[in-house]
Design a protein around this ligand. Structure first.
Ligand SMILES: *Cc1c(COP(=O)(O)O)cnc(C)c1O
Length: 362
């Protein structure tokens, strides 16, 4: 008899499948056609970039043709956007795809990654599928980075060190001074991945920011995504800026057509959609202010530079369940963050509904 449990790679048994925030489709099944306030996945409440939608519609008749496997036009557009060379750009099926490819490129059995805690779960996922060890380094009590502790966690087996800024789910940023301090001391064998999925929303001048001259460091790459600011989470496009030699190995492990035809034209058009970007950023800024009122009601908001805010509500899962019954979807249940819910910014009206719901519940 075929014994699945015996035949599969044994380390897969320790991997928890990723638990996303409930999708629109799942929610409709569960709650019927009640109006939903979906604030659980850091999506852009303004919808996809209209220019991207137009470009993608125009591309539909070409769907019988394979996409460009090298995503050349996308890389050129991204390169121009950041002032780097196209060879410094690697495009993936979302940044999740890139995190997995980085893991497959670098990690062998018993290698180690160092990552902040709490942070984005995909870094650990990438390590687990490769049988590598995850070394989680707690953020400080105020959720800012503890780079000294991160450095102390590095060993000769450390292959990857992840930084996420603004960090998901805390919204806190890595300071430029902390980044420089760390890079000056980090052993050269460690490859550093800075996930900047929410950097477009960040505003503090002393935060770590990408500059083309950083690419002179061969052991660094920065990750970006079209899923948040550009409102294209369903499309799956992300990219890395970094070292072409590292990318040459990631190309060996990626699928030959990892970014589909529609995604490629959508991403290029979204980059040009200055108006949609401006509106999205403005809404995030207004929302940041709007949620500050929660502090007055005794719910402490972690100061955020992203399109979401982490709020201390006493019992995150209880509050999550209560608001869910009203059709307001938040995120809770993060390890180590029992007291908190993470709230994605919505429209002004959606935020009001959420704030009212929290006042009634907490
Ligand atoms: C949402 C998110 C991403 C983006 O993932 P995609 O696969 O591009 O949708 C990457 N990193 C972090 C920290 C995120 O929160």
């Amino acid at each position: 008899m075929f014994n699945t449990g015996q035949q599969v790679r044994q380390n897969l048994k320790d991997i928890e499948p990723y638990k996303p925030g409930l999708s629109d489709e799942q929610l409709r099944r569960e709650l019927g056609n009640r109006p939903l306030v979906k604030l659980n996945s850091n999506e852009n409440t303004l919808g996809p970039s209209p220019l991207a939608v137009q470009a993608m519609q125009a591309e539909l008749p070409k769907l019988h043709l394979y996409p460009d496997g090298g995503s050349d036009l996308v890389r050129e557009a991204i390169a121009a956007h950041h002032g780097v060379a196209p060879s410094n750009v690697f495009v993936g099926n979302g940044s999740d795809d890139i995190i997995k490819l980085i893991s497959e490129t670098f990690l062998d059995d018993s290698d180690e990654i160092v990552m902040p805690f709490p942070s984005f779960s995909q870094y650990a996922f990438g390590a687990h599928i490769m049988k590598a060890k995850v070394v989680s380094v707690p953020l400080k009590a105020d959720f800012t980075y503890d780079v000294e502790r991160m450095l102390a966690a590095v060993t000769p087996r450390t292959k990857l060190l992840y930084l996420c800024t603004p960090n998901n789910p805390t919204g806190t940023v890595l300071r430029q001074a902390e980044f420089s301090w760390l890079m000056e001391r980090l052993p050269e064998h460690v490859f550093v991945v800075v996930d900047m999925a929410y950097d477009n929303y960040a505003t503090s001048a002393d935060r770590f920011q990408f500059e083309p001259r950083l690419l002179s460091r061969p052991n660094l790459c920065c990750l970006y995504t079209f899923s948040k600011l550009y409102g294209l989470a369903g499309l799956r496009v992300g990219y890395a800026l970094g070292n072409p030699e590292v990318f040459s190995f990631m190309h060996r492990v990626r699928e030959p057509f990892n970014v589909n035809r529609i995604a490629q034209v959508g991403a290029i058009a979204a980059l040009q959609d200055v108006e949609h970007v401006k509106r999205s950023k403005q809404l995030a800024m207004q929302s940041r202010k709007q949620y500050e009122v929660l502090n007055e009601y005794g719910m402490r908001c972690v100061p955020t530079e992203a399109n979401f805010v982490l709020v201390d509500v006493g019992d995150g899962v209880r509050v999550f369940e209560a608001l869910r019954k009203e059709g307001i979807l938040l995120r809770a249940g993060y390890p180590g963050l029992d007291a908190y819910v993470r709230i994605t910014f919505g429209t002004e009206a959606e935020n009001d509904l959420c704030i009212e719901g929290l006042r009634r519940t907490v």
